[in-house]
Ligand binder design. Sequence first.
Ligand code: PEP
Ligand code: MG
Length: 596
Amino acid sequence: MEEEQTKYHSNTELKGVTAVNGLVMGVARIYTRGNININAELVGEKQISEEIRKFKQARKNVSSEIDRLSDFAIAREDSQTSDILDTYYQILRDPELEIAVLALIKKKKLRAEKAVYDAFQKFIDLIKSSEKAFLVTRLSDLRDVRDRLVQNIQQLAVIASFGKDAVMVADDVSPLEVVTFARSGVKGIICNSGGLTSHASIIANAMGIPMIIDTKMITRLASDGDMIILDGYGDQVILRPDQEIEATYIRSIKRHREEEKQLRYVIDKPAVTRCGQPVSLQANIDFEEEILNIEKFRAEGIGLLRTDTLLMNSGPVGMDHKRQEEFCQAAFSGSGSAPVTIRLLDVGGDKVLDIKTKEANPFLGWRGIRILLDRKELLRSQLSVICRVAGQFPGRARILVPMVSMLDEFLAVKNELDLMQEQLAKKGIPIDRNIRIGVMVEVPSVALQTELFAKHVDFFSIGTNDLTQYTLAVDRGNNLISSLYQPLHPSVLNLIAMTVKAGIGADVPVAVCGELAWDPFAAIILVGLGVHELSMTPRLIPKVKQAIRLHTLNEMKALTDSMLRVVSHEESAGIEADWRIRFDEKIKEERVRPLT
Ligand code: PEP
Ligand code: MG
């Protein structure tokens, strides 16, 4: 009842957690997924061609989706999935179904989604009444293809209606949906649930789309078309703001833009601590669109090129060699003469691409290197692309192996890399003999054995997103336990400290490429722990650089020591709050007396 009332109130405030910072005002667009709610309204004569276009476009999209899944299944030698997908493809391209759908649109003036639904239903009813058992097994395939088509048509309609001012409001979003939103230019995303370091949040960050998660009830309080303010600085959402609130927010938006502009002064300054210790600030790159930001924000190369995001493009790209090669080449070309760290495919966990593989605990399951070693063809195909591209840009490639939990896994990949290099060399293909290969430190078992790993790896890259989830046993995407997801917990910091110590002992460089690196407070602590390479979304580099330049190493170490000793989250939150006040003061002071 109370909820019903607030639904129409102006200035309804709702707290959430900021996943991507920013302040935007726009029009709420409610996004529902998988909701087969068919619009049965008839269309006018003029709309018929538009409905036919929607059907054909949706069929094309679904075919591409099936192609992509099929490539992946073939590479994994998963003949069962690949057979199912074959059937899907045949259903999708069945001429009788097409005739039936087109007739329903043209003659009965049904919308594309209703025409698809009804045409499939007719076939389903026919099969149900037949006595042939083998046909009955096809029913679930028919339903699945039908639902994919209908959802696609509905999504096309939703995307078309986003408009430039759209702020997406959803229960939860997948990484793929974030990509779709970003590419259609939405202003912000607000969800009921979600995790700070879930891949959906990481992608929104990469794409620069402000996002608030964990509001619990935004979809219940907002209506499509409501004016909405996403205030990442205040971790809140304001629905249906009145004129006064709107005016206040417009002023804040201007002020934040000003502050961003002021930060630009730091772009061309060196990334060194106040006492002169250099820190290398590198780029995390997920999509080709971000490559221009490497130069724009003066990143010193790429510390993490996520190749799994290639599989999230819509269209028949999948594990396509050419597409991978182009992405890698663009990454090298767009980063001057600096190193490029290419991470091997890290699917699994919340990046589920295989529709038929269901695991009870995907984050503890078949993920990253575990998949690649089980399906060597996939590993070899990716190594072949990387080695060929590395040969064109000698001295710059670094390969990063994800989700390693035991040394044997790493050694097996190293062996495959050597074999691939030999094979290519024999064929006369130019290769780079100096490709460096490193391990992601993201599973505690690796952090605990970094002294051993240091004898075999060329570098360590710490993935704090997963290291936090696996150390504290807290699913990074589960909002029910999000308060327990604490990347600065002393146990996580201690594992980082152990890695740094092992790295220094064996002269093996240590980088951090998890989300922790872009938070100025965390970055200060990481440098205080002895990390000298941080990799992050390039547009966040200036803020981190500003923080590094305003602190001496001794100040950083003192802060790190106090964080290693905290006994409660409350205590660490207090240290952080004090630091943020002092940081603001330092910024103001610098404005008066600039550092050189
Ligand atoms: C990490 O785990 O910190 C990391 C960088 O990898 P991802 O977020 O892609 O799992
Ligand atoms: Mg990871």
